[in-house]
Structures are given as structure tokens and as C-alpha cells.
Write a protein that binds this ligand. Sequence first.
Ligand SMILES: [Zn+2]
Length: 344
Amino acid sequence: MSKSSGSWLISFCIAVAFTVSANAAPFEVNSDSSKALDQFSVTNIAQAMQRFTHAPHPMASSEQKKLASEIKAGLVKQGWDTQIQKFKTKIPNLAHDKLGGKDKNAVPVKEVEGENIIAVSKGSDRCMLLIGGHYDTKIYKDFKFVGANDGGSSTAAMQELGRVISQIRKQEASMKAVMPETGRFLDCSIGLAFFDGEEATLPEWSDGDRLLGIQDNIHGSRAFAATLERKFDGISYQGLPVKAVLVLDMIGHKNQNLFITNGSHPLLAQKLLAQKTTTKIALANVSIEDDHLPFAQMGLPFLHIIDWTNLSEWHTSKDNLDIISNKNIADFGDMLVRFLKQRR
Ligand SMILES: [Zn+2]
């Protein structure tokens, strides 16, 4: 019984998908002919992953600035109000002779300029949902590190999410007269935050603190969180009350096994898990330091989602396209969209 109703549901969805594709404007591109425009495209994900892994791009590198302007342009094209948030931050100076360099006269700590990409799609004035992930790659001198999973997967997912949300909003705008205020996250204003400088400059996460007394990680998310407005009755961004923050990292492994980590809001987690179909994702009793921390420290409800099982390639030259499943990223993205379509 459940099997047959299941397959009926699938063929129904495909039929709907074809109808929508045929009627939609050609401006939006979902290169997967079998999927609707308001679904994640595996082809688009693959393209974004190719671009991300073209070359290493740590914070403050010329490659990173180039990528930032390309990601920004893509989001602007999809109608997102997109800004580059430049910020100054202190990092270990790798030229220093005690930090792996050769320069005895170099200062051990230097100031660099990072760039967050912040894209906003205006919805309701009553709520703001922030979705973030880092787009820098960790710096390694000895090998080429392109961070396909660590940085690339969440960046590609957020770029495609930008396209999908625009598409859904366009489709729904024509029906707005008959649509009541639904209380969905999708109706909120949505901010996509591509964080720079999540990665530590030195090999280990806490080396900056241990050796130099500076925090050398999550530079971008800390700088962005500092721009949120704190008021007695809550925290807002661009004057809109932030209801939740979703942070994604390392979501694209071919053996994908996603964790919703400690501190994540239980009701948000429950709502996300209610939309699970093929994606392997579960609550996990694990605490990981990542870009969600500045928001957690502000008391904002958050979901931090990361794959913390496939670690043999993590921070090695093997974190390349060979370990990525674009389909796993797309399936997770579609799940995220179903989550956004639920009532909050
Ligand atoms: Zn990393």
C-alpha cells in the first residue's frame, strides 16, 4: 500500500515538474531537463563546484577577490541585493620565520582585508532568516588545497539556493492575490551570507590563540555578526528581526552523512528532519567550532549542519571533486527548500 502510493506521488511530482518547466520564462536556467525550475539543478551545482575548485583561494588572496565578484554577479543576476562586506582582521604572518616563513624581520601578526558576500532577498518586514557558509579555502603551502567539500559544497548549495528562491518568489508573485500570509520561512526576508576567512591561517584551528594570542578562525562570520543590531527585544539585520541562522559546511561528500550539531535549535531541527527523504541527516551529540558560533553567542536560534564523518580527505589534497556528489548537494538543497516552505 505505502509503496504504491509512494510511486504515485513521484509520478505526480514529475508531471508537475514538466508543466512548470514548459511554462516558465527562459531567463531562469535549470539545466536538468527532468527537474522543475524551482528545484536544485545538479548541473548548476557541478558548474559552481568546478569554479570553486579551479584554484586555491584563501582569504585576502587575489583569487578569492575574483571569486567574490563572480558570486556577487551571479546573485545580482538572480535579483538579490548583494554587497561585498569588506572587513579588517588580524592573522598570523606566514612570512615570519617562526611561523614557517624565512623573514626574521617580519611582524608575527598582520592585518588583512577579508570580504563577506551578503545577498538579501526582501520578503516580509517581520522576519529575517540568515543562511551562511564559508567560501574561503584553507591555505597550504605544500600542496594544492581546493576545498571541494570544505567550503565548496556549501557555497555551491547557497548559490543555487539563490536561484531557486528567486524562481519560487517569481512563480508565487503571480498568485499573491490568492495567497494569505502563510508564516513560512520562505516569506521572510532572506539573507545569504558567504563568509570569508573561516579557515585558520596556521595549520591548527587554535594555533593563532596558542602561539600569538589572536583568534585566527571564523574571521568573516565574526565580522558579519558584529554588524547585526542588538536591541532589548532582539537582534535585527537591516532593521529586520533575525529569527534564525542556518550554517552549512562540508555537505557534499559522496558518502554524505550530515550532522545537526549541539546547540542547534531543537524545533528547527525537527522541522528540517521532517523534510528528509534521501538525504542522510540526523541530530548528533557533537560540538564543532564553526561559523555558527558568533550567532550562538548572541543567543540567536541556529542550525549548524556539517558532515563530520568523512574526515580522511578533510584538509588534504584529496578534498577535490572526486569525493563530491553534486546530486547529494542538490537533494539536500531541495530538502532545505521544503523546510523553508513549511510553517515556522
Ligand atoms: Zn576547513
